[in-house]
Design a protein around this ligand. Structure first.
Ligand code: FBP
Length: 552
């Protein structure tokens, strides 16, 4: 057996809490709500999902332990890692065993690819026990293959039938759950007896809506980043000589940056959704940051902490246009560009851009110009997550402050350190919130399977309350769909949840940020607590607390 840490050993014994409805087993009493519709584009969604559209919202109540027939179930982890994935699988395993001890669970390997290629392993009690309450997705691996073609669906069907699998649980983000919905529809409309259930995962926190109040992993990842930000804040406040520019993962939405700001009270935090709404230029963002630095310097504080969301550049309108122009330009001249070195590419791009974009391009640091010209994904798009926005802003703010110094409007010092927190948080041992929530989501998925449903997302709500009061049930995925333009075609997708500027979390941040900028009000959250009093172990994110009408 490989060596495990003392914490992992102790944590293995943690028994995740379950909602009251699931405490007597996954054979629940099912209460059906009204028939549902789609979030928008109802007729188009209905036409595409003839067999699964309109199913009711389900709420579970404790059952009487009724035994169900034994079944084989397959599980898939899809997309980026998020703390708690193993607990979803453990909950699913325990839930299935509560329905019938002879039921078996199979894990498809390396994500949806495993389903298409028929690569899987049986997940026995020994395997499950070794992964309880651990972070990571290493039990079966994950992948980003999209399940969307009929060939893939047919291969999935054949591979499930070979293993006698009659239900699939897909653990993923908005795209993976959209694909789960499409697969459920395909199976049902073709009379294939395989149920499909989705579970909401992503540290990004952007798979949430009226019915799914959080995606798992967000809580733990934000706590890990906030611990690190707090440590940096304390270092900054001790040494008093550096400004720390910290980029935080989260792809597009700024939920992580916002939650970390609420937890740590930095001197500045940029929220991409606000930048887009105010149509801010890169120059304005730099000016605002420089003004905060200069203001603190005038008060004798040549240090600070600034948070930057990963997806920022795509939300700055002028950079979005620039990136689109660069994508087209480099794709249209792919062969010639291939032969150029980094400097030649930059010079080539600079000479071909529209006048407006050329100006924006010229205003960016040389390193960022190169990254914009070089880092492209297989679809020919700039990989924004690889752009070192934290370095870009540190450099541009430095340049602005030099100019201000020359004018006499800045008299302080400006030395920077830059950081990127992302992978550090994705595989952390799940917090109690995520351990309990994930286990409940998995157990609840077994209840949905036991209730014979398909095309549903496992839903556990009311999670700001103690677990016994959590509401377990199922939400038809079709209910969350709308039509969006993707790769030149209208596609049904689950709407991505961005930060709402009229939502309580952003309003709380906006009301406090000026004070945080001027003063040093850092909060030091410290590491996630797994053992100890409930007031430090069973925390809920500030975002969820505020969204549910609470105060922080
Ligand atoms: P998911 O949406 O699949 O959960 O992934 C989220 C994420 O961690 C983003 O925050 C980040 O931009 C991206 O994955 C990084 O992807 P990769 O793991 O491929 O580097």
């Amino acid at each position: 057996m490989s060596k495990i840490s003392p914490l992992q050993q102790a944590r293995a014994a943690y028994a995740p809490k379950l909602p009251a409805a699931l405490q007597k087993g996954a054979a629940v009493c099912v209460q059906e709500g009204e028939a549902t519709t789609a979030v928008a584009d109802v007729e188009k969604v209905q036409a595409l999902f003839k067999s699964t559209f309109g199913s009711p919202v389900l709420t579970f109540a404790p059952g009487c332990g009724e035994k169900k027939a034994a079944i084989n179930v397959g599980v898939i982890l899809s997309g980026g890692q998020a703390p708690g994935g193993h607990n979803v699988i453990a909950g699913l395993f325990d839930g299935l065993k509560s329905l019938n001890a002879d039921s078996r669970l199979f894990g498809f390997l390396k994500g949806p690819d495993g389903l298409v290629k028929g690569e899987f392993m049986e997940l026995t009690a020994d395997i499950i026990d070794a992964y309880r309450n651990t972070g990571g997705f290493d039990m079966i691996g994950s992948g980003r293959t999209k399940l969307e073609t009929e060939e893939q669906f047919e291969a999935a069907k054949a591979n499930c039938e070979k293993a006698g699998i009659s239900a699939l649980v897909i653990i993923g983000g908005d795209d993976s759950n959209t694909n789960a919905c499409v697969l459920a529809e395909y199976f049902k409309s073709n009379n294939v007896g395989i149920q499909v259930i989705g579970c909401p995962k992503t540290i990004d926190g952007d798979l949430k809506n009226e019915w799914i109040e959080a995606s798992f992993g967000f809580d733990t990842a934000c706590r890990v980043y906030s611990e690190l930000i707090g440590n940096i804040g304390r270092d900054a406040n001790s040494a008093k000589k550096y400004w720390h520019f910290i980029k935080l993962m989260g792809r597009s939405a700024s939920h992580i940056a916002l939650e970390c700001a609420l937890q740590t009270q930095p001197n500045a935090a940029i929220i991409s959704e606000e930048v887009a709404a105010k149509k801010m230029t890169i120059g304005q963002i730099v000016d605002d940051l420089a003004a905060i630095v200069a203001g603190r310097a005038a008060a004798g504080m040549n240090f600070g902490v600034a948070l930057i969301p990963e997806g920022l550049v795509e939300f700055i309108p002028e950079i979005k246009v620039l990136i689109a122009e660069l994508n087209d330009l480099l794709a249209a001249n792919a062969e010639a560009v291939e032969a150029m070195d980094k400097n030649e590419k930059v010079a080539f791009a600079a000479g071909k851009l529209s006048a407006e974009s050329a100006k924006v391009f010229a205003s960016l640091p040389a390193g960022i110009q190169m990254q914009l010209c070089n880092d492209r994904d297989p679809h020919g798009n700039v990989q924004v997550s690889l752009i070192e926005t934290e370095k870009m802003l540190a450099e541009m703010v430095g340049t602005k402050l030099k100019a201000m110094k020359a004018e006499g409007t800045f008299k302080g010092k400006f030395a920077t350190q830059t950081h990127f927190f992302g992978y550090e948080g994705r595989c952390a041992a799940p917090s109690n919130y995520d351990a309990d929530y994930c286990y409940s989501l998995g157990y609840n998925a077994a209840a949905l399977i036991g209730a014979g449903r398909t095309g549903y997302m496992s839903s556990v709500r009311n999670t700001i309350k103690p677990a016994a009061e959590w509401i377990a049930g199922g939400i038809p995925i079709t209910m969350m769909l709308n039509m969006e333009r993707r790769h030149g075609a209208d596609k049904p997708v689950i709407r991505k949840a961005l930060v709402e500027l009229d939502g309580a979390p952003f309003k709380e941040f906006a009301a406090k940020r000026d004070q945080w900028a001027k003063e040093t009000s850092f909060v030091y959250p410290g590491p996630i607590q797994y053992f100890g009093p409930s007031c430090v172990c069973d925390l809920v994110t500030k975002t969820l607390t505020l969204e549910k009408g609470g105060s922080i």
